[in-house]
Design a protein around this ligand. Structure first.
Ligand SMILES: Cc1cc2nc3c(=O)[nH]c(=O)nc-3n(C[C@H](O)[C@H](O)[C@H](O)COP(=O)(O)O)c2cc1C
Length: 202
């Protein structure tokens, strides 16, 4: 195991999957290390190339590096207290945002959140490839983030995200460290993949 616990968190898969997918996880311990502008651009470039319904790319990201203290704190205050405890050490924080209507006809885009998720997974896997960790959060104040970040009408915050190089779990308080070191678990394939009709075993 490395000092940041990364090896411990490798997915124990039942079937072969790509190594990057095994290695991606959501840590709470971050190293005191900045993410350079060009590295962040690579992560955003990966997000940029995600698929989306009608190629509308309904995602936006409001981002602050920790060095930009005012902007970083503004994002941090949007997070739930339980997330602020550890996310304040991330190299950068983001709020992901979905545009709720299609540009092409202004009708509701029911795939907008889905497509933001696809962009975020691209971002996360690129980050994993570059030795960077990404931790998405639903625990944030949506109304506050709209307000303090100036997110326009017709757009909805989706997640908060902490981004940074993985750190040492020993830097975490005891409760957070317990979550950090917990074994990663998943439902078996048979519970979510069906053969030709709901509930039918593959
Ligand atoms: C939409 C979403 C919301 C999440 N919300 C939180 C959160 O508020 N706080 C937190 O610590 N983790 C949060 N997580 C992280 C999940 O708990 C984590 O992805 C899950 O337990 C699986 O662990 P893994 O990513 O390490 O494989 C969230 C993840 C997603 C995708």
């Amino acid at each position: 195991m490395t000092t940041d616990g990364t090896d411990l968190k490798l997915a124990e898969t039942n079937h072969d999957i790509h190594e990057l997918l095994r290695r991606r996880w959501s840590p709470r311990a971050f190293a005191d290390r900045e993410i350079s502008g060009s590295t962040m651009s690579s992560l955003l470039e990966a997000a940029r190339w995600a698929p989306s319904c009608f190629n509308e790319q309904p995602w936006s990201f409001v981002l602050a590096h920790r060095g930009d203290v005012v902007a970083f704190d503004r994002l941090l205050t949007c997070l739930a207290g339980v997330n602020q405890v550890w996310a304040r050490r991330a190299a950068a924080l983001m709020i992901t945002v979905a545009k709720l209507a299609f540009d092409r006809n202004e009708k509701p885009n029911r795939h907008a959140f889905h497509d933001v998720g696809l962009a975020m997974e691209n971002f996360s896997i690129q980050a994993t490839a570059m030795g960077i960790a990404v931790h998405q959060m639903g625990g944030f104040d949506v109304a506050r983030s709209k307000d303090v970040l100036g997110i326009p009408d017709g757009h909805e915050p989706v997640t908060a995200v902490a981004v940074g190089y993985p750190g040492d779990p020993e830097t975490l308080d005891k409760k957070t460290r317990t979550s950090e070191l917990a074994v990663r678990i998943r439902r078996p394939i048979a519970e979510f993949a069906f053969a030709g009709g709901w509930g039918r075993l593959l």
